[in-house]
Structures are given as C-alpha cells and as structure tokens.
Design a protein around this ligand. Structure first.
Ligand code: URA
Length: 284
C-alpha cells in the first residue's frame, strides 16, 4: 500500500487538493491524527443481523401536481430519524412566534450537524417582510457569523434583491438547514427531515406574500418535487401548508452560489427576479 510519506511533495499536495475539492476542507479534531502509522489488526466482529429497511427518503416521496403543492408531510414510520422528525414537529408546532421558534431551534439537539457547526444560523432580515427567501445551508462565513447569506453568494443575493428594490429590511432570509454541513457537503435526506418541521413552521409564522426558493435543495424540499432545479426554475407554485391556510405563491430559482459558478445563467435569474418584482407589486 502506498504511504503518504512515500509520495513526492507534489503528489502529496495533489492528494490534499483532491480532498479539499471533495469537501474535506477542515480539521475537526484539536490534535492532528497520524494516519501514516500502521493500523492495529481489526478485532473479530460479532455476527450481525441485516439492518432493518430504512424509511423512504424525501427524494422518493411521490410528487404532487406541479403547480399546486402542499408543504411536505413528515413520514409516519417509527424509525429513529422519524421519531426525531416527529419530535421536531411537536416542538415547532408549540412555537407561537418566530422568536419562540428561533429559541426552539437553538435548543434542538436532533440534527447531528449541530455538533460540528460553530453557530446556529436561523434567519436574517425582517420577519414582517412580504418576501421570504429560503436557501440551502450555511457555508463557512455564515457558520462563523451566525447569519445566512453573508459570504460571496450572500453579496450576490443582496445585489439581486437591490435590483428589484429590496434589502434585508424588506426581505426575510433563512435556509433549509440551520447548521453548516462539514466542508459544505450536500445535506443528507435525514438531515433535511430533522430540520424541516422548523422550516415549515417558520414559513407558516412569517406568512409571507411570496416565497422564493433558492436552488435545488430548497425547491425540491419545500415543493416536495423530485425534478431538479433546471426543470423547476422560473416556475411559480402554489405553496400551501394545509387546506385551512392561504396559498403562498412560491418561485423556484437558481441559487446565487450556482450563479457565481455559472454566470451565463444570470440572465435566467434576472428574468425570475423581474417576475418576482411584478408578483410582489401585484400582491400589494
Ligand atoms: N448558501 C445558502 O444556501 N445559504 C447560506 O446561508 C449561504 C450560502
């Protein structure tokens, strides 16, 4: 087996760069681990029964009609992740104000991402705003500052909002996840389920005139769709939490981080924001 110490500096640097590109960009232990030391022989393993079948993931959930969607329901099976989601649902339902919800999220221990995050990132902007935007998850800057969209993609989002006459005093911004996934990796369906009851309650309490879903994770989760953002983008959906509550028009659009990587798509995002401006002025 090739040891790291056998490699030239260039090859070792290339391996490290590959790890960073794959998302392993942080040391999460206080002390470095010497992974070049030979491993002890593995202990004999007891025989194990096959694991029980896992609950269906969010991505496998049946998709409702494309233009009228209900907020995603929590799965009903009694597996531990589901119990956590049910717990979160009860905690979220008990919150009568956004401030109470924020407190409940800060105290919540049902999402493992909290253990590796520096801060809980709940929301920024004006909770009375008519415009609410939902992104994916905090990145490194957001984790450090405890606020959503404060890094490079946040700067672009601010410019996009300014172009239609909005800012953080007139818009409200949150994410599907309240804690940063290590190395900005894609959140797992379980992590999304663990946070989702709070996100749904968040929308219900803010009750915006218009909801904007930034990127695939946000759009697929909130609209309970399996299509990717390329198909969902630019479309309006009728988001309803349940039958007794009013419909909220919801627009799926590209995530600003994607626009930074693919500036050619800004034209489409601009189209979306113009439609958003019109919808907001009609909803006055
Ligand atoms: N990307 C997101 O989706 N949310 C943030 O808060 C920052 C970057």
């Amino acid at each position: 087996m090739v040891q790291l110490t056998d490699l030239s500096d260039t090859a070792a640097a290339a391996l490290l760069a590959w790890q960073v590109a794959a998302g392993a960009d942080e040391a999460i232990l206080a002390e470095p681990v010497d992974r070049t030391r030979p491993l002890p022989a593995p202990a004999p393993q007891p025989a194990v029964a096959p694991a029980p079948t896992r609950p269906r993931s969010l991505a496998e959930a049946p998709s409702p009609s494309p233009s009228s969607v209900r907020a995603p329901a929590m799965p009903q099976k009694a597996a531990p992740p589901t119990l956590i989601a049910q717990d979160a649902k009860a905690l979220a339902a008990a919150c009568k104000t956004v401030a109470e919800l924020e407190q409940a999220v800060r105290l919540y221990e049902g999402c493992g991402l909290k253990k590796t995050a520096t801060n809980t990132v709940f929301a920024d902007g004006n909770p009375q705003a008519r415009l609410m935007l939902v992104g994916e998850a905090p990145g490194a800057d957001e984790d450090r500052q405890g606020k959503p969209f404060v890094g490079l993609s946040g700067k672009l989002l601010d410019r996009m909002l300014a172009a239609i006459g909005y800012d953080r005093g007139s818009a409200y911004i949150t994410n599907i996840l309240f804690w940063r996934p290590p190395g900005n990796r894609q959140p797992t369906p379980q992590e999304i389920q663990q946070c989702l009851p709070f996100v749904l309650r968040h929308v219900e309490l803010v009750n915006p005139a218009v909801l904007v879903l930034l990127g695939g994770t946000s759009a697929k989760t909130m609209l309970n769709q399996t299509d990717g953002i390329m198909r969902l983008r630019g479309r309006w959906f009728e988001y309803k939490i349940d039958e007794s509550l009013p419909i909220i028009p919801a627009l799926a659009t590209y995530h600003p981080a994607y626009l930074l990587r693919s500036p050619g798509q800004k034209r489409e995002a601009w189209r979306d924001f113009l439609a958003l401006k019109l919808r907001l002025s009609n909803a006055l």
